[in-house]
Write a protein that binds this ligand. Structure first.
Ligand code: COA
Length: 326
């Protein structure tokens, strides 16, 4: 049976590091509060001129190079982002142009922090159906440009970055074993950006009311996230007759260390089997899982034949998981 397999990973983080100590000078916060409540100590910030497609381009180049492929080998580009270059065209099409991907089709996905896994889900289906042969999936975010730097409850959380993978078909006993994507629109208002769309188009008033920034009910989200993520992991493992102890690695979306620890604790997964990099990058939304996956792959934390589990939770609300035999 044909499955899809991740054959290459890559990531790009902007050079500029913004530390908790710098944030202490910008809003009423402290390194101690941020570290204790979130696990974040620093994050990367894009330059004024960098947009989502620029970060995506850097991550894509590395991913193609590591796969020893040219852009002509890619027939579909899927970009997951909530901070696209502009409302339209898609950042996928802008990335297609930058990469010179003449033989590919490109589009975007908006599923907030679950966006990369939504993209992987679509790619997996298209590969298994035989409709596409080699797909580039990129999670890219420049959240610093929709962050309210006067709001201490959100500005300490986010960072910029991009991560990418390439998937292709395989008949080997490895690859994506199963995936789930889910959403519950009844809680969309827990995490959103009200301005800039057709509900509240950009105007002097929308800018004055600070509508073009992320609004989050962090505490409510936290509770839903912990409950949902545990159920999500249990479900995908049960359906595949696997126990948490058989997982070599859990690669969670990097929103909050306490959410990651609570999920791992409830499942009995030791933290040395969990990838954590939010201390260095903060929450990079759709980019967080491909960045973490790339780090894990590059640092030798994943070996052939390992079972690894990717899981995400984010605005929408959306959540998703992927069980992979590497
Ligand atoms: N520095 C100092 N104090 C801060 C602060 C900051 N940066 N941000 C909030 N506080 C204060 C609050 O004002 C509040 O003060 P009060 O008790 O006097 O009202 C207090 O700290 C506690 O706030 P609360 O929001 O209850 O903190 P928390 O423990 O829930 O942590 C988050 C806040 C945002 C870190 C946490 O809720 C979270 O990570 N939520 C989930 C995020 C998430 O999963 N997003 C979706 C996926 S992307």
């Amino acid at each position: 049976m044909i499955k899809s397999r991740i054959i290459s990973t890559g990531s790009y983080l902007p050079e500029r590091v913004l530390t908790n100590f710098e944030l202490e000078k910008m809003v009423d916060t402290s390194d101690e509060w941020i570290t204790e409540r979130t696990g974040i100590t620093e994050r990367r910030i894009a330059t004024e001129n960098q947009a989502a497609s620029d970060l995506a381009y850097e991550a894509s180049k590395v991913t193609l190079k590591r796969a020893a492929l040219g852009i002509e080998d890619i027939d579909l580009i899927i970009v997951a982002t909530v901070t696209g270059d502009m409302p339209f065209p898609s950042t996928g099409c802008i990335l297609q142009d930058k990469l010179g991907a003449k033989y590919a089709t490109a589009f975007d996905i908006n599923a907030a922090c679950s966006g990369f896994l939504y993209g992987l889900y679509i790619a997996d289906g298209l590969i298994r159906s035989g409709m596409h042969k080699r797909i580039l999936i990129v999670g890219t975010e420049v959240l610093s440009k929709i962050t309210d730097w006067k709001d201490r409850t959100t500005c300490v959380l986010f960072g910029d970055g991009a991560g990418a993978v390439i998937v292709e078909p395989t008949e080997e006993d490895r690859g994506i074993i199963s995936m789930y994507i889910n959403s519950d629109g009844s809680m969309w208002d827990l995490l959103h950006m009200p301005g800039g769309g057709s509900r509240n188009p950009a105007s002097r008033d929308s800018v004055d009311k600070r509508l073009h920034y992320v609004k989050m009910k962090g505490n409510e989200l936290f509770k839903v996230a912990v409950r949902t993520l545990e159920d999500l992991v249990v479900k995908i493992l049960n359906e595949n007759n696997l126990k948490p102890s058989q997982l070599s690695l859990l690669i969670p979306h990097q929103a909050n260390l306490r959410i990651i620890q609570a999920t791992a604790d409830r499942l009995g997964i030791p933290m040395n089997k969990v990838i954590v990099n939010l201390d260095r990058y903060g929450n990079t939304s759709a980019a967080s899982i491909p960045i973490a996956l790339d780090e894990a792959a590059r640092t030798g934390r994943i070996r052939d034949g390992d079972y690894i589990l990717l899981e995400a939770f984010g605005g929408g609300l959306t959540w998703a998981s992927a069980l992979i035999k590497w």
